[in-house]
Design a protein around this ligand. Structure first.
Ligand SMILES: *Cc1c(COP(=O)(O)O)cnc(C)c1O
Length: 462
């Protein structure tokens, strides 16, 4: 039986109408966009689970803070309010606002990585990987092996494989490893958390070999909630205390504030210990790419909403509801025997499309097939995380075979209700009933040279 839904710790003050098109209309729309969900217009989507990034609902406090935005080019009071909030939470000496997570990567990574250096992570997120590579570095993932087995219910499946990390450092030579990046929660592995113990062990290794440790911190609050709930010794600590301890093990962080900080746009860079040379370089890169370092590509009003959101994201009642909502949806799938990356992660449910359609091979894209079916069934938009997204081998041009074939149901924060979760679960149950009758997947009829999944054209195979 599905678990009990954790009631919303807020009430609704403003609404945005949404509408489900008829099945015929949906059929027509999806065909017109070449079966690529990124081309759909937002108004044609009933429940939009494409991402939880920048799709969150701000609170009445954030909307009122927006009016306090100081739009001074340099030294705006909004900048100081944001820096005070971030220093209070993370206890870092230097805080740099930027316009989003990839901007933090673009500013910081070239400062830390020189050409030919390796960067090691539990798992790189795609933009993070891209910015390591643009800086001339090469990426290595060292996630624990259980992360790659969706049906295996293990706690802290986002962890770094510590033995593999040390082995990799020794193999490449510590002097050739420019940076270690701990991604929390581990987005690409299904929003799986990283334990405090794991972070502590990774920090010890980085210290031993004098390698800088960076946190890719988009979902730091969800990660802290999992530690409080599931890791021995943390039950009586506040979320803020857990965040402080976790960040205390790293040297820097890069953050997309479009996730746990519950704003629609924003990002941060943090440097833990005053380091004049590093900070000077960050400011210089920020001025070139983002804008003067006291606004970092954001409006004064954005800095204000970010300052408020930093605290709201840490609220325990909110996190209990947030993680509870995702778990409720997952438990409805358990009841129906629908497999997903389990246990459910922080920001969504990653449905195992290879299990739903065992007859469809990876090169016919089971995750994309399920995504199209979800739109047909109930106007739901998801994203594919699998071979379709992974693309072709750059050397041979052959389709790569991904570790997973997921349709990701990413849940925006404070946006959808329990009834919406039921619509999603019911749609998946209907699709499972007719799954065996869907014999073939999709083929690509046109694709751009890079990041093809955003723009490719597809066609069902007859
Ligand atoms: C979203 C995300 C990023 C990139 O942030 P943007 O704000 O989308 O540029 C980097 N790392 C992780 C883990 C993310 O989830």
């Amino acid at each position: 039986m599905a678990i009990k839904y954790v009631a919303e710790p807020f009430r609704i003050k403003m609404v945005e109408p949404i509408k489900m098109l008829s099945r015929e209309e949906r059929e027509e729309k999806i065909k017109k966009v070449h079966y690529n969900l990124f081309y759909l217009e937002g108004k044609d989507v009933y429940i939009d689970l494409l991402t939880d990034s920048g799709t969150n609902a701000m609170s009445s406090n954030q909307w009122s803070a927006l009016m306090l935005g100081d739009e001074a080019y340099a030294g705006a009071s909004s900048y100081f309010r944001l820096v005070d909030a971030a220093k209070d939470i993370f206890a870092y000496d230097y805080i740099q606002p930027v316009h989003q997570g990839r901007a933090a990567e673009k500013v910081l990574f070239p400062v830390l990585l020189t050409k030919g250096k390796f960067a090691i992570s539990n798992m790189f997120f795609d933009t993070t990987r891209a910015h390591v590579e643009l800086a001339g570095g090469r990426c290595i993932d060292c996630v624990v092996p259980e992360a790659k087995i969706p049906s295996k219910r293990a706690p802290f499946k986002g962890n770094m494989d510590v033995a593999l990390l040390e082995k990799t450092i020794l193999e490449k030579g510590p002097e050739n490893v420019g940076i270690v990046v701990m991604t929390i929660t581990n987005n690409s592995a299904g929003g799986q958390p990283v334990s405090m113990k794991n972070m502590r062990e990774v920090a010890e290794i980085c210290k031993k070999y004098h390698i800088l440790l960076d946190i890719d911190a988009a979902r730091y609050a969800e990660n802290a909630y999992f530690i409080k709930r599931d890791e021995a010794g943390y039950q009586n600590k506040s979320i803020k205390e857990i965040v402080r301890e976790f960040f205390g093990y790293a040297d820097t962080f890069t953050m997309s504030a479009k996730k746990d900080t519950i704003v629609n746009m924003g990002g941060l860079i943090g440097v833990r210990k005053e380091d004049p040379d590093l900070i000077l370089k960050i400011k210089a890169a920020c001025i070139s790419y983002e804008g003067f370092y006291t606004y970092g590509g954001l409006n004064g009003r954005d800095l204000e909403t970010l300052a408020v959101g930093l605290y709201e994201g840490l609220n325990e009642d909110f996190l209990k509801y947030r993680i509870g909502q995702v778990e409720y949806l997952a438990s409805r799938l358990d009841d129906a025997g629908i497999e997903y990356q389990s246990p459910a992660g922080g920001h969504g449910v990653f449905v195992d499309a290879a299990k739903m359609f065992p007859q469809i091979p990876y090169y016919e894209f089971p995750g994309q097939t399920l995504g199209v079916e979800l739109y047909r069934e109930a106007g739901i938009r998801t994203s594919e995380i699998g071979s379709y997204m992974l693309g072709n081998d750059p050397d041979t041009g052959k389709q790569l075979h991904a570790d997973f074939e997921f349709s990701r149901l990413a849940i925006p924060r404070r946006v959808y209700t329990q009834a919406h979760m039921d619509v999603i679960a019911d749609a998946l149950i209907e699709i499972k009933k007719r799954a065996a009758s869907i014999k073939r997947g999709y083929k690509i009829t046109w694709e751009p040279p890079i990041l093809r999944h955003f723009q490719a054209h597809l066609e069902p195979i007859k």
